[in-house]
Write a protein that binds this ligand. Structure first.
Ligand code: NDP
Ligand code: MG
Length: 388
């Protein structure tokens, strides 16, 4: 039986790489659902190639274009964010790859878990804002959440066969992004184009900017806490500019296991799809002779304050990671639109976290939805005040 896969966000960087994996393993996987937000032309091309049962375009104004282009195929077309969550009830889906960006991933992920679907989790923001709700529901429904983020996939792979062995430490590697080794003064003058030049990975714009600020690593620290059920003080970050060691686990005997490979998201995506099996891949093989040195450094927490903001949010718990995430999503978008400077990003997030006025220890889903929308408005006001 082929595994039937739904890809939420098929037109993005992760979505396209997931379709490469499926194209290379047609005997094992088939596409059941594809969703896109605005890139209807790519969605149409993907649908014609992979013939899914259903596609969803979340920006409703593109519905008729998609519907028309696919009318001669046996493919159902829906529009809107609610439809993306509704199709998670389809009984013909085995695995849901959550590859949309940002808070928008939360509702469909919860619906997929409610309906017993295995989750291949790329959308880290979902775990950051609602880690407790998501993991509690997954436990209740006996649903597996398989990590796709390369660091978490590495840790997951290191933990295979270690069910009864307690973890001492998780070491998440970080490339350091395009501004590794730079000073605060240098960061004051960087442009959007500078921040989008990631040294090792080609990714969507939001996660690329998050990598440049180190917020990406902060989000991943929180993601790791929930995925692997560890205490905050057990999670450390190590800067490793070559991005070959994807992350490490230390056990109580002091032994450290790591997972290594050339940087490619196709491997962790494929592992989540084929788990618990490993299957062949046509990715280039690692050659040790090309890497005479692998280096490791402490993160520069002063120059890149977003990492500590994430630790603060994680330690505070409740809806604080949701507050932080909302401020970060607005900050990154505004930086991309050249409305604020790169160094304003952590200032804005810190300010919103300090002055949220809405901290809650045990938020419900409704509380998180409210927190997210209120904090987006507050972050926008901060930006408007700064510009006036
Ligand atoms: P992209 O920006 O490349 O793609 C995002 C996808 O989500 C697109 O299909 C986009 O549709 C869709 N989308 C955007 N906004 C919405 C919305 N409001 N509602 C529904 N769909 C939406 O992002 P990436 O692929 O880079 O990242 C996706 C997720 O995976 C992120 O959470 C990121 O942190 C995580 N991740 C990414 C990695 C990478 O290498 N790229 C590595 C590890 C994690 P459209 O294009 O049609 O507008
Ligand atoms: Mg990552």
């Amino acid at each position: 039986m082929k595994k039937r896969i739904a890809i939420l966000g098929s037109t993005g960087s992760i979505g396209v790489q997931a379709l490469n994996v499926i194209r290379n393993h047609k005997e094992l996987f088939e596409v059941e659902v594809l969703t896109a937000h605005s890139n209807y032309t790519r969605l149409i091309e993907q649908a014609i190639e992979f013939k899914p049962n259903t596609v969803v375009i979340t920006q409703k104004e593109y519905y008729s274009k998609v519907q028309e282009a696919l009318s001669k195929y046996d493919i159902k077309v829906f529009a809107g964010e609610d439809s993306m969550a509704d199709v998670m009830e389809m009984t013909t889906i085995d695995i849901v790859l959550t590859a949309v960006v940002g808070f928008a991933g939360l509702k469909p992920t919860l619906r997929a878990i409610e309906n017993g679907k295995t989750i291949a989790l790329a959308n880290k923001e979902t775990m950051v804002v609602a880690g407790k709700l998501v993991t509690d529901l997954a436990r209740e429904k006996n649903v597996a959440i398989l990590p796709v983020d390369s660091e978490h996939s590495a840790i997951f792979q290191c933990l295979a066969g270690e069910t009864f062995n307690a973890i001492d430490r998780l070491l998440l590697t970080a490339s350091g992004g395009p501004f590794f080794g730079k000073t605060l003064d240098y960061l004051k003058g960087v442009t959007v184009a500078d921040a989008l030049k990631h040294p090792n990975w080609v990714m969507g714009r939001k996660v690329t900017i998050d990598s440049a600020t180190l917020m990406n690593k902060g989000l991943e620290v929180i993601e790791a806490k929930w995925l692997f059920n560890v205490r905050p003080e057990q999670i450390e970050v190590v800067v490793h500019p070559q991005s070959i060691v994807h992350s490490l686990v230390e056990f109580q005997d002091g032994s450290i296991k790591a997972q290594l490979g050339l940087p490619s998201m196709e491997l962790p995506i494929q592992y989540a799809f084929s788990y618990p099996l490993r299957i062949s891949s046509n990715l280039p093989k690692f050659n040790f002779a090309n890497y005479s040195q692998l280096s490791f450094y402490e993160p520069d927490r002063k120059t890149f304050p977003c990492l500590d903001l994430a630790y603060t949010a994680m330690n505070r718990g409740g809806n604080m990671p949701c507050i932080m995430n909302a401020a970060n999503e607005i900050a990154v978008q505004s930086f991309i639109e050249e409305k604020i400077a790169f160094v304003d990003i952590p200032n804005l997030i810190g300010n919103i976290m300090d002055n949220s006025g809405c901290f809650m220890e045990n938020p419900t889903l409704e509380d998180l939805l409210k927190t997210d929308s209120e904090m987006r408005i507050k972050a926008q006001e901060w930006i408007d005040n700064k510009r006036n």
